[in-house]
Design a protein around this ligand. Sequence first.
Ligand code: KDG
Length: 314
Amino acid sequence: MDVITLGEMMVMFVATEAGPLRGIELFRKHVAGSEANVAIGLARLGHRAGWISRLGDDEFGLYIRNFLRGEGVDVSQVILDPEHPTGVAFKERRELGARKVIYYRRGSAASFLSPSDLNPSYFVGARYFHVSGINPALSPSCHETVLAAIEIAHQAGALVSFDPNVRLRLWDAETCRTTLRGILPRCDIVLPGADEAELLTGESDPERAARAIRALGPRLVLVKLGAQGSLGVSDDGIIRVPAFPLERVVDPVGAGDGFAAGFLSGQLRGWSIAESMRLGNLVGACAMSVSGDVEGLPTWDEVQALQSSRDVAR
Ligand code: KDG
């Protein structure tokens, strides 16, 4: 496997019209889950990606498993749980202000993931293990599973990539900060947004925040800066890569997952950090061009067409 990911995927109902959910009658069914989004992004770009999780043994669980399978993501490590349901989320659309994602995920099958669900032989030969700060927020056993999986991945020789994915609807800021700071020293690559980097370090300047995260252990920190592109801090110094030009942001949710998929794809191709970040920015922009998390993620052919039309990479 090139990249193994672990996390919860939910069925996500996206409002077809803008406005508060109480007035919405129609929703479109999508899948949503940060780490699985990354696996889909990588599979579309031509890499071997696997996803570890639990889903309810119910209609939505089967829908998600089939969807991922159809995208070419390996789902051999997905357990169908007959006792707990697949998580559900709703996404509101607003013309003004931030979009809201509402969860119905407490007690979901994925929140029962435990270290005994991990199969160390699955990690043999993996190049990267990608996980996010959503999992440790779901339950103590999910937190333990993340720590155990990081350990297994390192033993197998994989690099660990970590997106803090701060979700303050799942836990309070202080618990989040303390828990995620306990995970950061075990990671090789950390990909926070600017606000997440600040929450984790207390530094509002992204460069200082990235340095503070590096001081905890990770060799590479990539801060996502939205319209300002991304910032990379490593032993080689500081790299700033402008955003891929996008005429209209339809929905920013999922952009970070696109960035992670693009960046890891670049690294798997042996590209430099700057070139990989450029691909990350491009894939992140593609994710923002549609209202679902994954529908906009490009195939490798689409990436090449975009690169040659805009002459932005390689
Ligand atoms: O990164 C996008 C995710 O936030 C979205 O898919 C929902 O995974 C999700 C979550 O738990 O918030």
